[in-house]
Design a protein around this ligand. Sequence first.
Ligand code: FUB
Length: 312
Amino acid sequence: PARLAMLTFCFAVLFLHAGAQNPLIRNQYSADPTARVFGDRVYIYPSHDILATEGKGRVGWFCMEDYHVFSSANLTDWTDHGVIVTQNKVPWVRPDSYSMWAPDCIERNGKYYFYFPTTPNDTVAYGRGFRIGVAVADKPTGPFVPQPEPIKEVRGIDPNVFIDNDGQAYLYWSAGNIYGAKLKSNMLELDSEVKTLGELPTKGLKEGPYLFERNGIYYLTYPHVENKTERLEYATSDHPLGPFKFAGVIMDESASGCWTNHHSFIQFRNQWYLFYHDKDYSPRFDKARSIRADSLFFNADGTIKKVIPTLR
Ligand code: FUB
């Protein structure tokens, strides 16, 4: 199956390449894109799907051992800056984890903080399940130096960090529900209790929160599965920790049947964009994904217009 998937990848690259904008990254699988604008470039911090083989990850499941960062000045030509964090260089990560799941990266006072969820090597010290680590760099492309321990009091996946206009930073993550807390200005420790965030779905809320602010409205956006696959939804509030109230659907379930969708938003040169993923290069296996972007538009009342996914 690994050889078949690789062959499909090569054919799909050849087929989709001609003139297509999506998927954005064509030299490898990529998923869970967090896009950020740093200076005059857009940086994407995705997960890096690879194909598990006997002895390397769990065959038929997600398999990731490192993270790359990509950047572009025009959202069309992407530079791969190479590996920025890898599981075997993080002191607290299981060497056979292959679970370097959806990350985020944010800038504060000239430092870049890269947040990533993965499984630890010491269940006595860190418990079972996912923890969230941070690696710090002076540039968006690294080199990133991992902290020796995961963030205390945080168990779960899919970290997302938001810095409000008053300078207060917040961390969001998923663990069956979506949680949030204030971060200290060192960006490495919580500075409040962990909170649930309001009237969110009670079922099918597994992962991928992303928070942003526009015109005083805080948008908490998340994948939600009600039927077959995840669709992107959002809730709004007048405070970064809520309470949030359901406000609508941003993107329907994937037509291809990719079970996950994971997303982020940026405003770049006066246009908003949604970054998300599907399985363009791996039609038969939805754990080998590829990232995409499409324009995003708001109604006058601040609600989000639904995004129709495009391949061009
Ligand atoms: O990429 C692994 C997991 O799949 C992510 O952490 C989730 O958000 C989902 O996309």
